[in-house]
Design a protein around this ligand. Sequence first.
Ligand code: PFF
Length: 476
Amino acid sequence: MAEHTPQPTKGHHSHKKHGFTGQVGFVMAAAGSAVGVGNLWRFPYLAAKDGGGLFILIYLILTFTFGFTLLTSDIAIGRRTGKNSIKAYAEMSPKWSFLGILTFLVPVLIMTYYAVIGGWITRYIVVYLTGQNQLAAQDSFFTDFITSPGQSTLYAVIFMLLTAWIVFNGVEKGIEQCSKILMPVMLVMIVAIAIFALTLTHTDEAGVTRTGLQGLAVYLTPSFEGLTLKRFLQILLDAMSQIFFSLSVSMGIMITYGSYIKKDVDVNASIHQIEFFDTGVALLAGMMIIPSIFVFEGVEGMKAGPSLMFISLPKVFASMPNLGRFVGLAFFLMAAFAALTSCVSVLETITANCMEIFHVKRKPTTIVLTLVYTAASVIIALGYSKFYIELPLPNGSIGQLLDLMDYISNSFMMPFISMLSAILIGWVVGPDWIVEEVEHGGRRFGLKGLYRVMIKYVVPVIMFILFLTSAGILNI
Ligand code: PFF
């Protein structure tokens, strides 16, 4: 179709030689980055904590307004400039180069701990492969593991090296190839486990029988119990910060991936596909985890919070007659695929920025970064043993090194970056700078009216509030 042939436009830059082969490769890689432990572990526990269906409803609305705006901005900045965050922001406005550097710092921090979480998942794969599912169900198993210096660092290093290998092989042969295989496999596995979870039934010692379908109802029914304005705002903030993390926005990752897409790819359609993929997996993860926990442990079990995935689920697998070991293995394999494609996107963003700034080739850059981050992962993994600290965080929780890195990058920097980036786009370069890129080659950008309003007015204000709250300055 003639209208879809790419035409050079003033202000659009020539593109990198290496990139995704087409739309499918891009969508799989970007969805690979988006779908990760955030979807599998964080979303279900937030949904359980924040009133089930009510949280889901708010989350969906925010994804298709805020998430859509932030994702569109990042991807369009990447494709229009053909550069990574540091140089991309400098090109948008030289006075705003600091924003590029700030954005670059987010993956730099996230990379110190993401492989550590990947290592935890890998440990559980080994547990289920070797048939030790009763061992994994013991209360102290997880804590014993993360506090053992040797074991926790070993698994973090294994996961780190796996990630490095994929990045070392480049965008097309490494990232795209692995995402095209792992993402569909992951999707099939999660659908299968979710359906299986709905068929579960269990009668406890008190003679109460609970079924997976009842669990589904608990998950989906909005709970307005004890809902006050304050509580509602908290749910809103939880949903908002979850969306950042889940869609991998405002950290330069989608700028880097956007810089790898060809000019004839439909950016708008790709963005919707990525959003559907990411939200779909989050919903399915909830559909799989919440009913299983409900069946075996009742409503009380769902209040486990962050330990849901590593402590409560193994108990559920151990209670399943016969099949538990296999379901456990399938679950953690799927989680490892999801975490690996996310971890790859973080390392790729750091690598690509370094290659661009220092004019060095991919392979030596990856090798140096691998050494640096293997050391960093070891330090963070030792944060539960040798380097154990108890740090009070502004949100009232007590954290170790991993929580500190997570807090600075996700709760503190991301809203701040989104706010500044929205001001830059909305008020300095103008929303049309983005709209033009999405419409490039005659493509349709159906929601551009919504995009303009969101980026100019809504995002800056809400991000400011989110930032003040996470920084502990504003207390709602
Ligand atoms: N989006 C990923 C998830 O939901 O798990 C997590 C993630 C990936 C966060 C990459 C940050 C990141 F840089």
